[in-house]
Design a protein around this ligand. Sequence first.
Ligand code: ZN
Length: 433
Amino acid sequence: MYDKSAYYSDELMEFLNRSVVNFYAVDTVRHRLELEGFVRLDPRDAWTLEKGGRYYMTKNDSAIFAFVVGESDASEGYRIISAHSDSPGFRVKPNAEMVCDGGVVKLNTEVYGGPILYTWFDRPLSLAGRVILRSNDPLNPTTRLVKFDRPLLTIPHLAIHFNRAVNDGNPLSRQKDMLPVIGKVKSAKDAKGLVTRLVADEIGVDPELILDYDLSLFDTTPASLEGMEGEFISSGRLDDLSMVHAAMTALLESDNMSATRVMAIFDNEETGSGTKQGAASPVLCNLLHRINASIGGSEEDYLRAIASSFMVSADNAHAIHPNYPEKQDPTNHPVVGGGPVIKINANCKYMTDADSAAVFRTICERAEVPYQYFVNHSDVAGGSTLGNILTSQIDLRGVDMGAGIWAMHSVRETASIDDHVYIIRAFTEFYNC
Ligand code: ZN
């Protein structure tokens, strides 16, 4: 392992433990950026940016865009790394409380994205998200974040004695099987508004002030190192918060003052990116326009800058699984710990082509890190990610890549610490190009 691996692995684990849902991932990034002197921009204000200045902007509290304004002219373009803040899981529905026999209360939830459902059973779960409070301005209510730092819920599995065939495959209903239990009440009327009262109590406000909330479940089990030498990391939300952490670290450790360095963390990748804070929205395109305009650039300068830009779309990949080698392509199967994975798809689900793969390969070579290629087994459909969605908004060159992980979309995924260090080095090299 490289020298800094202990430092980076501790930082990554702390980052994952704080970033329990999309809103907290953005808040954790925001907090770190502010410590490093990044200035918050409000999109409603007029911006006057300075060359060399460090800035950031959030969108919907669940996406964040940070950048350091380059000092040279438009021909240097933008160096962009994108990743996503969201992970598959469960969202609490409105009027969620359901009272069962004995006063046991369960919560009605809705599945977000594509989690591996049965990994969520019998875990110490809790709730986090944002709360919207009444203010004097109806168009601008107040937003607060809320996170219960204690196990609050569990989804109990049915005992094997009621389903002896459970280990032979057990189809699950999202509406029946997956509802979490939150506790017991004395009478049914005590359950009404229970979640609102809990939230109000936690953030110290009158329940009457709460207009609405976005609450998601998370596993309270912290990230841990595993393996004989601690070579693996096991944690929730590695997809895609390990890439968010790597991008943020590289932004802070790089020192290229010539080109504008941009980190774009979108929300809602797991549901197809089609929201105002997702990669299919104009949010990044608008931001790049504004950066250009506020340092006095013309539309021509903007288009020149875009033409000189490059984007690394960073989203985790599948490493070959020791129990299922047959799932992978016969000649391109990345391994855990083998370095960043360049993702390729003939039908263009990824933005990678020979040109952009060559660019990323060269960056890895300059950073002295290994690299590998991922192509789907031709009988397997595979996933998609941010890169191609962004190119429908911005005319960009770029590559899709990620770390090779196991158990993608499980409540706990496994990755390699070596890969994380390699990727931070490659990203830092990219920003410095
Ligand atoms: Zn992802």
